[in-house]
Write a protein that binds this ligand. Structure first.
Ligand SMILES: Cc1ncc(C[n+]2csc(CCOP(=O)(O)OP(=O)(O)O)c2C)c(N)n1
Ligand SMILES: [Mg+2]
Length: 555
């Protein structure tokens, strides 16, 4: 703890002002790892209502913060200069790409220390090198080197994170933490106002198109989640009887056990019945969808702009008619009030609902059986966190019980996310128990961040899909570079002084381990599921088969 004074109700110093604004925006935890350039700010955090969550490595803190922001709407990660800051470039890049509002706070040498451009430790090129890196991967990057402007800059940065749903960078030179700032000026609101006439016309065109359609369909994704429009989405579907599909990145933007949910649409990677229904729709109402390679099953989707209403944070189009200054939330609200006829579609595709699972004693585990069993294990209090790799492809077919209970970096796809993310997710939503699905390769990157779960009393269930290497890469090009050093996962609890672990080879062992994990709530459970090196999920199989067919057609 620093020897500073207790935080006053009226913030006076730059450090206090920053903390107070995080608190006011509902942030309760700050993830990070200290170093001398940020140490006094950590001292200040100790005196506030914010709880610091210290990771083993900065990247772990970055991923935990990313998950926290996805669940709670805003988060903060706090690191030292250079060696810390540059380690969270990857997690911040992911937060940028997938619209997750993380506030990156980095310490820095003091303004006075920087004056003669000395070679201080952790400096790379110039003292502004780190900020210039972050400028590329954030929507605002500020250095609080001037007490006259620091408060305004903090306001602007937090506002930008919330407005754009993307990360921002705040650099705090260490001699500025306890310096009093100036009374802030009024922030100029630069958000563009909604064009009411354009909104009216867009809704009227959309309404006419939907009402004339034989088989309208809602395709919803990640931006609906980031804007917190889950309730509006569900109300719209239920009021009109229009079925909903989601994309992988937007999985769980609506709860998946409602009759109107028809599955995850991901081109040839997805379930054929869902794909056929979506592609035969004469009016696709696409809400918050990003057309990424993975979300389109490597661009195997077939959607026609002439049959689409497409609403995004960055723009709106009804067929080929583009509208400006019609924000997605306003469009959704207006659609909800529009005169759209109710229908009751029959024969909707029914994504796999969890059928009873009978373990076959002694039967070796397969990826397909693993996911079938997990599907029966999920309940209303589970948040599924899936790591890129076959864990993510397989998880697409799981049935998620409530909205916003599935997290995955399904666009940027950085490995190493899932384990630290479960810490962020559970701290943001203590009522949920994380179920982590992670490959053995990815687990070697950040699995030791389970140390955070041990330290802060969290109880995720971590299922390691141990297929002895980089399984997703083997069908593309195999070689010894896809093997990983086998890890004895059963020894992790002894190492970390917490939790329990199981090595699972058969279906009945999986059953027993899951039952035990459900009951064991005082710490983490690791279930290391031993799989064949070439065994892959049905989703990945569908994709590789369809790609294979295409290659065959061309040759
Ligand atoms: C940080 C990072 N490094 C490398 C990759 C490339 N990559 C994609 S999948 C994959 C294999 C992952 O192996 P594992 O975690 O065991 O999952 P599996 O493919 O076996 O299901 C790799 C290395 C990546 N996506 N992210
Ligand atoms: Mg693997």
């Amino acid at each position: 703890m620093s020897a500073g004074k207790a935080v006053k109700t009226t913030p006076t110093t730059i450090g206090q002002y920053l903390i107070r604004h995080l608190e006011e925006h509902g942030v309760r935890h700050v993830f990070g790892l200290p170093g001398d350039y940020i140490l006094s700010f950590f001292g200040l955090l100790e005196q506030s209502s914010l709880k610091t969550i210290v990771s083993c490595d900065e990247q772990g803190a970055g991923f935990a913060a990313d998950a926290y922001a996805r669940v709670a709407g805003l988060s903060a990660v706090c690191v030292t200069y250079g060696v810390g800051g540059l380690k969270i470039v990857n997690s911040t890049a992911q937060a940028y790409a997938e619209r997750s509002p993380v506030i990156v706070i980095s310490g820095a040498p003091g303004v006075r220390e920087q004056a003669k451009d000395p070679l201080l430790h952790h400096k790379v090129r110039g003292f502004d090198t780190q900020r210039r890196v972050f400028e590329q991967i954030t929507v605002a990057s500020v250095v609080l080197s001037d007490p006259q402007t620091a408060f305004d800059e903090i306001d602007e940065a937090i506002h930008a994170a919330l407005a754009h749903k993307r990360p921002v960078y705040i650099e705090l030179p260490r001699d500025m933490v306890h310096v009093a700032g100036r009374q802030k000026h009024r922030r100029v609101d630069r958000t563009r106002a909604t064009d009411r006439d354009a909104l009216k016309e867009a809704v009227s065109e959309a309404t006419a198109m939907i009402n004339a359609a034989k088989q309208p369909l809602i395709l919803a994704s990640v931006e609906i989640h980031r804007l917190g429009l889950h309730d509006e989405l569900l109300q719209f579907a239920e009021k009109t009887g229009i079925p909903i599909a989601t994309t992988l990145l937007g999985k769980s933007v609506v709860r998946e056990n409602i009759p109107l949910f028809i599955g995850v649409y991901e081109g040839e990677m997805g379930i054929p019945a869902t794909r056929e229904y979506v592609e035969s729709s004469d009016c696709v109402i696409s809400l918050g969808v990003l057309n990424t390679d993975l979300d389109t099953g490597l661009f195997t989707t077939h959607l026609n702009r002439g049959r689409t209403i497409s609403a995004n944070i960055d723009g709106l189009a009804v067929r080929y008619h583009q509208f400006v200054d019609v924000p997605l939330p306003d469009f959704m609200q207006a659609l909800l009030k529009a005169d759209i006829r109710m229908r009751s579609p029959k024969g909707l595709p029914n994504p796999e609902s969890p059928s009873p699972f009978q373990a076959r004693p002694g039967a070796p585990m397969t990826v397909q059986r693993l996911f079938q069993r997990i599907n029966t294990f999920l309940d209303d209090h589970t948040v599924v966190i899936a790591e890129p790799g076959d864990a993510l492809f397989g998880a697409a077919d799981l049935m998620i019980h409530n909205d916003a209970e599935f997290l995955a970096p399904a666009y940027y796809t950085s490995l190493g996310f899932a384990v630290p993310a479960c810490v962020g997710a559970q701290l943001a939503r203590p009522d949920l128990r994380p179920l982590v699905l992670v490959g053995d390769g990815a687990f070697q990157m950040t699995g030791m961040e389970l140390s955070m779960a041990a330290r802060y009393g969290l109880n995720p269930i971590v299922i390691i899909l141990d297929n002895h290497g980089y399984g997703t890469e083997r069908p593309m090009l195999d070689g010894p570079f896809n093997d990983v050093q086998p890890w004895a996962h059963q020894h992790i609890p002894a190492l970390l002084g917490a939790g329990q672990a199981f090595i699972i080879r058969t279906e009945d062992e999986l059953d027993r381990a899951l039952t035990s994990a459900r009951k064991y709530t005082k710490g983490f459970s690791i279930l290391s599921v031993q799989l064949g090196a070439h065994d892959i999920s049905p989703a990945l199989k569908r994709l590789t088969e369809s790609l294979g067919r295409r290659v065959a057609k061309k040759t």
